[in-house]
Every structure is written in C-alpha cells, then in structure tokens.
Ligand binder design. Sequence first.
Ligand code: DGL
Length: 261
Amino acid sequence: MNDAPIGVFDSGLGGLTVWSELYKKLPHESLLYFGDGKNCPYGDKTQAEVTAHVDEAVRRMLDAGVKMVVIACNAATAMAIDYLRRSYSIPFIGLEPAVKPAALSSHSGVIGVLATAATLRGRLFQETSRRYADRVEILSAVGRGFVELVEADREHTSEAVETVARVVQPMLDRGADRLVLGCTHYPFLQDALREVIGAREVELMNPAAAIERRVESLLEQHDLQASADHRPEYTFLTAADEAYRQRLMTKSEQARQMNFE
Ligand code: DGL
C-alpha cells in the first residue's frame, strides 16, 4: 500500500487525455499532473533538449513524492524513457503509438499513424512498424499544427477541421480504416477527426485505456496501490506560469467530461 501520488507528465495539455482515464478508473489514487507548457511543443526538438526538460519535470515530481510516473507523451517517451529508467528507481510507464491493435483489427489492411516527428523517428515506432509491415500497410504522417490547435483551445473551429483534413484525407483516400492517435494531444481533436472521416467506418485508436490497465497492473506488481479509504488529491504543476497551471486545471475538467474514443 502506498498513498503517494502517481505522476503524469506531458509537454502540455495533451497528457490530460490519459490523466482523465486514470482519474475515472483509479478513484483512490492521488494524481500529480505536470504539463511543461513552457517548452511545448516537443515534436521538433532534439533528444538532448527534450531529455533535459523531462528530467527537470521528473525531479520536481519526485520532490513532490510521486511513487511512479506515466510519461503521457509519445514524443518524450521516444526520446527520454531509456534515460529515465536508467536514472531513477521508481517505475516509469511510457507511451508509443498503438500500431499493434490497429494492425490486428484492420479489415482494409491499411492503417494510418498520426504522431509528432520525434515519435515517428523514434526507435520504438520504427521497430513496431517493421514487426507489422508484412501484415498491413502503415501510412504515417506528422499531425502538423494539431498540438498548437489544442494548446490554443481551438479544437472546435473550422481551422481545426481544415488542419486535420489536410493530414488525414490522404490516408482515408488510400483506404485506412484505423487511425492511430500517436500523440496524447490528438484525442482532443476527435470531433474534427470525426467530421473529416464522415460516414466511413474508421476507428480512432487512443491508447489511454491500455495505459490505465498497465498502470493498474504495475501498482499491483510493486504493491503500490493506495488504500481503499484514501481520499485522493489532484495536483497540477507546470514549467510555465500560474496562468498556464490554471489552464491545466480547466482543461482537466473538460477532459473529465469527454468520452474519448
Ligand atoms: N503530447 C505529446 C505526445 O504525445 C507531444 C506534443 C508535443 O509535440 O509537444 O507526443
């Protein structure tokens, strides 16, 4: 038993799509969310830069007493998870695009993977793609402008639909029936994605539920679950300013109300 908080990290607001799943499914666990905000987006930064930003955030979370950390950011996982596991003794859970479930469930034999440049370049994605390449055709594309739309709270605008269409339409035209959301910001764009997809039978693959199950099993394995009578606390930290920290809290309310696909 351990009532300390679980840390959840992202470059900004995106990791709240994972945080909300933990919030809903683990009602006794305290959660400490760290949204960098100052250095977001990470997608086009170097490995050294991202590792330094993530390391600083992890140190602040450790100072606040976290018992494990979910790197709810595909880009940060791709660039920094090996370093984190080497450097600290607490368990880390990382995210990578859900290629496997998409490849195994696709009927058309074509899947689309949307992620940042850092994630698509990363070893994890490259290896997983190779593993499924003989089973399905994997189309990958950087969601140019997607993170910026979410960070600016402009997900529900015609600009969002146009930005999403520019990237997704070519994948749909080539027959993709699964779209892997390989960046935690992207589920916030699900309405725009749905509008572009229209009547086609296309499934959006969001990894949040699988990550929550992984957290649950690691808590059990390390005997780290909060006690049944623990009253959870929800804390928000950022490398940016107080205004951004307030935005994290507001966006967390929004994420809690949403049903992510
Ligand atoms: N949310 C992050 C991810 O899952 C990346 C956003 C960024 O580029 O900072 O990859």
